[in-house]
Design a protein around this ligand. Structure first.
Ligand SMILES: CC(C)(COP(=O)(O)OP(=O)(O)OC[C@H]1O[C@@H](n2cnc3c(N)ncnc32)[C@H](O)[C@@H]1OP(=O)(O)O)[C@@H](O)C(=O)NCCC(=O)NCCS
Length: 147
């Protein structure tokens, strides 16, 4: 998407990112929890910006050669314009830079938009965590191996 640039998350974007988190995720991380990613050497947290406005974000933790994705989201009014796909490309590039070999994440079994996005980028569902979420929904465990 024109004008979309990715940068490391910094405190200037925290309140905007926390807002995207709240509008996107049923069990959102607090702004404090998100802030903790900034100084965590195991964490990669990035924000996508258009004209100074945060429109998407993601974060993952690295453990040896694996990356565990925490959350990712695109601001509601910017969805379905290719930003989610651009986010995935940045995330995979950042993982490669850190010599990560595999990416993994959990996703609600009914989150068809996210599952479709992940499958497009080579993630495969390898397991299910029954009733993983507070409301009883299952989680699919997805992996992208040998990135
Ligand atoms: C999932 C999400 C990041 C997609 O972002 P987006 O910017 O709308 O995605 P894009 O426009 O780049 O679409 C890329 C692909 O994602 C999938 N997709 C996105 N929205 C979709 C929808 N509403 N229904 C089905 N597939 C969808 C499609 O495969 C799409 O490819 P296509 O355009 O060729 O059909 C966005 O819907 C979101 O933030 N959801 C809420 C947060 C969330 O669920 N995060 C994941 C937690 S594990």
């Amino acid at each position: 998407m024109d004008g979309l640039n990715f940068a490391d998350l910094d405190k200037n974007y925290l309140s905007q990112v926390a807002l995207i988190e709240r509008e996107s995720i049923a069990d959102p991380w607090s702004e404090n929890l998100i802030a903790g990613l900034i100084d965590d050497s195991r964490a990669v947290a990035r924000v996508g910006v258009i004209d100074g406005e945060a429109v998407c974000y993601y974060s993952f933790y690295t453990v040896l050669d694996e990356a565990d994705v925490n959350n990712l989201a695109v601001k509601i009014c910017f969805r379905r314009r290719g930003i989610g796909a651009a986010l995935m490309m940045d995330m995979i590039d950042q993982a490669r830079l850190r010599k990560v070999l595999s990416l993994t994440l959990e996703v609600r079994s009914g989150n068809h938009a996210a599952i479709s996005l992940y499958e497009k980028f080579g993630f495969v569902a390898e397991g299910v965590r029954k009733k993983f979420y507070k409301d009883g929904e299952d989680a699919l465990i997805m992996w992208k191996r040998d990135i």
